[in-house]
Design a protein around this ligand. Structure first.
Ligand code: XBP
Length: 269
């Protein structure tokens, strides 16, 4: 049995820096619904503690004291999120967005080494397909052996459900899989499903608590664009490659869990 059987990618913030585009789409939707609020970058950083855009809106409506009972607020959140998602896909298609450094390289390496690729996201398949078309082109979804989205699994991270479904879809054992994530909820979800985790940080989640992760880096990196290791042990590797992930799964990368303290003293809520 090969040591590394699968690599499961989160989508937003991991495959590509999409959260800023999501934030803009949320704000455009709020304007269309004549709301008197907009989410700043700082505010959105805190709101990302809630996985799932619809759930994020729903909690925000309640916190703002928007009038209406539970069912009415849920219906309003769903209507806003449907419009936001359409705006997100329109924005995404026009931004010239690229995959984060090292993502395409790791996908190619994994394919060449017979390591199956999966996706586990709180977002929708339509959003994922739009991102893939914009970055890797049509047909690129075939590179993934399994794609698990909120259309398939309703429970959002930090529930392990989306990762459990993805590992099953790979026909793999969780202990032989690595999740690539960017948020505290994603890290918790993958760990609870029995995977090792590698975190690639970005401005919206740098201060998250990633306790339990095997490695925290600023990007997956390229040989000529080396990653910065923020916590954990890469064994001196310049980038996250299949060999490093094999060492992490085998436990020979001294996967002493990354203990970097979050940038802010208090862990994410
Ligand atoms: C990230 C999320 C999503 C996005 C917004 O998903 O939590 O909610 O922020 O997308 P993941 P939606 O990190 O699991 O890819 O509005 O479609 O939820």
């Amino acid at each position: 049995m090969t040591v590394l059987q699968g690599i499961i990618f989160d989508v937003d913030g991991t495959l590509a820096d999409t959260e800023e585009i999501h934030r803009q789409a949320f704000n455009r939707a709020f304007s269309e619904f004549d709301c008197d609020w907009q989410w700043s970058c700082d505010e959105y950083r805190g709101l990302l503690a809630v996985s799932g855009g619809r759930e994020r809106i729903r909690q925000y409506l309640e916190q703002r004291g928007v009038p209406g009972g539970g069912a009415r607020l849920s219906e309003l959140a769903a209507d806003m999120h449907r419009r936001k998602s359409a705006l997100y896909r329109e924005l995404l298609a026009g931004t010239g967005i690229r995959l984060r450094p090292g993502v395409a390289r790791l996908m190619r390496e994994a394919g060449a080494r017979g390591v199956r690729l999966g996706v586990a996201t709180s977002s929708s398949r339509s959003n994922f397909e739009t991102l893939l078309r914009a970055t890797l082109g049509n047909g690129s979804i075939d590179a993934f052996h399994t794609v698990v989205t909120c259309d398939v699994v309703e429970e959002k991270k930090p529930s392990p459900a989306v990762y459990q479904r993805a590992v099953s879809g790979l026909g793999a054992s969780p202990s032989h899989c690595v999740a690539i994530e960017d948020t505290r909820n994603g890290n918790l979800a993958a760990l609870a499903a029995g995977l090792k985790t590698v975190i690639t940080t970005h401005s919206f989640t740098l201060d998250n608590d990633f306790s339990g992760a095997a490695l925290i880096v600023d990007r997956l990196g390229e040989p000529d664009q080396p990653m910065q290791v923020l916590a954990g042990n890469s064994g001196g590797a310049p980038c996250v490659d299949v060999s490093l992930l094999e060492r992490i799964v085998a436990g020979t990368a001294r996967a002493d869990t990354a203990t970097r303290q979050p940038a802010s003293a208090a862990p994410a809520k």
